[in-house]
Ligand binder design. Structure first.
Ligand SMILES: CCCCCCCCCCCCCCCC(=O)SCCNC(=O)CCNC(=O)[C@H](O)C(C)(C)COP(=O)(O)OP(=O)(O)OC[C@H]1O[C@@H](n2cnc3c(N)ncnc32)[C@H](O)[C@@H]1OP(=O)(O)O
Length: 236
């Protein structure tokens, strides 16, 4: 059995207690969210517009030029490196997971813009996937559903201590999930056995549960015991 994982460094992962997305911590991160929104809009336009070939090539050239402008800055790869950079500059760290995650990142254009918050012993999430997430005609891709479940369950672990790796996800797709309308998710911890957390979640559209998921998450051998105090209060 391997023990190749570095000590769990999830102390900065917080679960919001508000259903509202918090404002960006500063103007730079606000601008990142705005750029991510613009990129999502561009992607949606490209996927849904019967645009002429020349127009598409012209826009691609402009986007490449603008990307090169941003690439010319100092590059920092990954949340950990970015966090270290802010720390070395004695700057405030944004909530990097929720800004950059591929599932919930407000500043990550590939993320469907999910928000997760805690109410009591459950975590809730809200997300509105769109045409860029289409699987079956007019419905949500099953792999995107798996991403949403993995993320909401991963964050939900924080209610009872550290975040562990996803070991197993078991998803039942009850009926097709619509796109372009707000979806709701709810997740909770069913039980803990040693390093394993058994979690469950549901995905709802209107009044129908379209998919449900059970997940087993394995804490690192170096993780804090599950009975550790309220994480967001103890660690932040
Ligand atoms: C994430 C980490 C922290 C980082 C904090 C950073 C910030 C937080 C960001 C969060 C952001 C979101 C993150 C999304 C969550 C991912 O997406 S994680 C990425 C997807 N998952 C992976 O890549 C995991 C790949 N697999 C592995 O690394 C290893 O197999 C595992 C799962 C860590 C287990 O390895 P291990 O610790 O050596 O486990 P091992 O000692 O063999 O077994 C321990 C127990 O677990 C059971 N078990 C082992 N594997 C499995 C399995 N796959 N299924 C069920 N049970 C299993 C064993 O049977 C055993 O049970 P008991 O005998 O104790 O009853």
């Amino acid at each position: 059995m391997s023990n190749h994982h570095s000590p769990v460094d999830d102390h900065q992962v917080r679960i919001s207690d508000s259903p509202e997305i918090p404002p960006a911590i500063n103007d730079n991160w606000q601008a990142r969210r705005e750029l991510a929104d613009a990129l999502r809009r561009l992607n949606m336009a490209m996927l849904t517009a019967d645009a002429p070939t020349g127009q598409l090539r012209a826009v691609a050239a402009v986007v490449h030029t603008e990307a090169a402008r941003i690439e010319a800055n100092e590059r920092v790869y990954g949340r950990k490196a970015l966090s270290n950079l802010y720390t070395s500059r004695q700057q405030q760290n944004p909530d990097l997971l929720h800004e950059m995650s591929p599932a919930s990142g407000w500043s990550n254009a590939v993320a469907p813009g999910m928000h997760i918050w805690r109410e009591g012993e459950r975590v809730h999430a809200r997300v509105t996937p769109d045409w860029s997430h289409e699987g079956p005609f007019g419905h949500l891709h099953g792999g995107v559903i798996a991403l949403l479940f993995d993320h909401v369950l991963s964050i939900g672990q924080r209610m009872v201590g550290s975040i562990g790796h996803t070991g197993t996800l078991t998803i039942r797709y009850h009926r097709p999930t619509p796109i372009n309308k707000p979806l709701r998710m709810v997740a909770d911890v069913k039980r803990i056995e040693g390093r394993k957390k058994f979690m469950a979640a549901e995905l709802w559209a209107d009044n129908a549960c379209t998919a449900s998921c059970e997940g087993i998450f394995i804490a690192s051998r170096n993780a804090l015991p599950p009975a550790s105090p309220e994480p967001d209060k103890a660690d932040t």
